[in-house]
Design a protein around this ligand. Sequence first.
Ligand SMILES: [Mg+2]
Length: 326
Amino acid sequence: MRRARLYRYQVPMDAGVVLRNQRLKSRIGLVVHLEQDDRTGEGEIAPLPGFSLESIDQAESIARLWLTQWAGGNEMSFDGVPPSVAFGLSCALAESDGRMPMSSCWQSVPLCTGDPDLLFDQLSCLPGRKIAKIKVGLYEPIRDSLLVNTLLEALDDLHLRLDANRAWTPDKAASFLRWLNPAVIDRIDFIEEPCGLPTQSLAFAAQSGIPIAWDESSREPGFTLEALPGVAAVIIKPTLTGSLAYCQQRIAGVHQAGMLAVVSSALESSLGLGQLSGLAQQLTPDAPPGLDTLSLMQAQVVRPWPASTLPLLDYADLSLIGVVES
Ligand SMILES: [Mg+2]
C-alpha cells in the first residue's frame, strides 16, 4: 500500500526579512507525508522566492504528478524535477525506507546580529570549536570590521564565518580589510562571496589572506568544482540543489576537491531544518551547518526544533491539498 498526502503551510516571518531586495512577509511551503505499508516518511518542499527558479504553484503541481505516479507503484526518478521538489520528495522517501539520518545533536553555527552578549550566551551552549556567522556588507565596511574586531578580541577561542552575499565592490572590500585588526584575521574561517564577481572575490582572497567560500556562484551555470587558491569551502543549500542523492554526490565532490562542504538552510521550516541537521551530522561531520534561521519565523511546522520556543503548527493547522493512494 502506498499513500501520499500533500499539505501547504504558511508561516509569518519576522518584519526584517529581506531577500534580494524584497521583503518576505511569510514563508510558504509544502509538506509531503508518505506511507508505504507500515512505514512513513515526511519531507518539506519550500522553493525560496528570488532564489529558486520554480514557484510554489509549479512545485505543487510537479509534486502532485510525481506522487500520483509513485502511489501507482511506479519506480520513480528525480531527473528533471526542480531542486526543492526533488529534495523534499527524496527526504520523505528516504525516511520511509529507513535511509534518512536522524539528527541527534541539533547543532548550528549561530547567526550573530551584532549583540556580543547574546552571542556569548548562544556559544556557551555549543560543544567543541566556537564558531559564529555574521552577515556583512549591509552597512558601511568599517562597521563590519569593527564588529569583527570586537567579537574576536573579546573571545580568544572564537572563529567567524562571514557572509557578504556579493555586496562589496573591490573598494569596499579593501576598506573592510583596512579597518580589520591583522591579529584576528586568522580566526576568520572564510567569507562567503565577498564581491560582486567571482574574479573579484578571488582577488580579495589573495590580497587579504582571508579564505573565501562559494555560495551563489556554486549554483550558477558553468561553475566547476575545483580548489582554486584562496577558496576554502562551498555552501550547499539542499533546497536549491536537488535530491538527497544529488546533494550527497555534490558534497562528496567538494570533499574530493579538498574543500569544506557546509550544509546551509534556505529558510526551511523546523521540519526541513531538523532533516538538514541530520544530513550535516552524517555527511559533513567536521563542518557545523548554518541552520540558524528558525528565529526569523513566527511558528514551527510539524516537527519541533528542540531549543525553539516558537509555537508548533501540527498537521491539523496546515491545509491538506491532496491525497493519493494505491
Ligand atoms: Mg551565503
